[in-house]
Design a protein around this ligand. Structure first.
Ligand code: PXL
Length: 275
């Protein structure tokens, strides 16, 4: 068994196919033990008007102190939506004590999409996120987040040249830029490893769905921790996310976010852990 203990640090949105409600089933389908440090509790994600939001900055250190007393550590930490500068600062201080020796910190700097910051975030949030990026082993930004982190304008059209321009300014070694290249019928990721940048394209589904980045991040983390090499894990996760987007685009009911449930079996099959 290649089962790992993986902690996701992100919000618990009670409805909306995003964050913890995506990461937990996806990591479980890979056969991993999926643990959660919740950063905030929301009635829905913030694309719905006026959600109830309870920040959990007061609870996070207490949860971590308990784990420290029990000497619990994690093989990987996947960080997603944090919700406040205070939560970013807390997570920065906690990562080292939670990772097992040789463990990986994977950061999706969730804060913006389609050229705009998510509701409730400002440039102080971007600057705190930039500091957290320096602690991560692997970064998973979308083009809006990459542009904010690089201090560059948001590229209105996604081309290989534009993606290279965004990533070349990054001091970080391993980065996967999601939604990096968009054609008529394909969409692609850019995979940066040190100075080298490679591209992987897959068919594009009509529409854009909430939680797609969260799904990619969880699937990538599960694949990597199941032993796939870094670029293979990225390509597999991009292909899987594309299939889920295709499935969601065919649904006639209101999906409120990316649907993935009937495709989870593909992950278990791919993990080789099917019983
Ligand atoms: O899917 C990213 C995300 C996660 N969590 C919350 C969000 C968003 C994007 O808007 O609002 C609470």
């Amino acid at each position: 068994m290649n089962e790992k203990r993986i902690l996701t640090v992100q919000d618990l949105s009670c409805l909306g196919h995003c964050s913890a409600l995506v990461a937990q089933p996806v990591l479980s389908a890979w056969g991993h033990e999926a643990c959660l440090l919740p950063t905030a509790l929301l009635s829905t994600h913030t694309a719905f008007p006026d959600p109830y939001i309870l920040q959990l900055c007061g609870s996070m250190p207490e949860i971590v102190r308990h784990w420290q007393r029990e000497k619990l550590t994690f093989d990987a930490i996947l960080i997603g939506y944090l919700g406040s500068v205070r939560a970013i600062d807390q997570v920065s201080a906690l990562v080292d004590s939670l990772l097992a020796p040789g463990g990986l910190c994977i950061l999706d700097p969730v804060m913006a999409d389609h050229g705009k910051l998510y509701r409730g975030f400002d440039m102080d949030y971007v600057s705190a996120m930039g500091k957290l990026c320096s602690r991560a082993d692997i970064l998973l930004p979308n083009p809006t987040e990459a542009a904010l982190l690089a201090g560059k304008p948001y590229p209105e059209t996604m081309t290989e040249e534009g993606a290279r321009g965004l990533l070349s300014g990054f001091p970080w070694e391993k980065v996967i830029l999601t939604g990096a290249v968009e054609g008529e019928e394909t969409i692609g990721i850019a995979i940066k490893q040190g100075p080298s940048i490679a591209f992987y394209h897959h068919p594009k589904a009509p529409g854009s769905f909430h939680g797609t980045g969260d799904l990619f991040a969880a699937c990538f983390t599960g694949a990597l921790m199941s032993g796939k090499p870094f670029p293979d894990a990225a390509c597999f996760a991009a292909g899987f996310t594309g299939k889920c987007a295709q499935y969601t685009s065919q649904k006639t009911d209101r999906a409120y976010g990316i649907r993935f449930e009937p495709l989870l079996g593909l992950l278990t099959k791919e993990s080789g852990e099917e019983i």
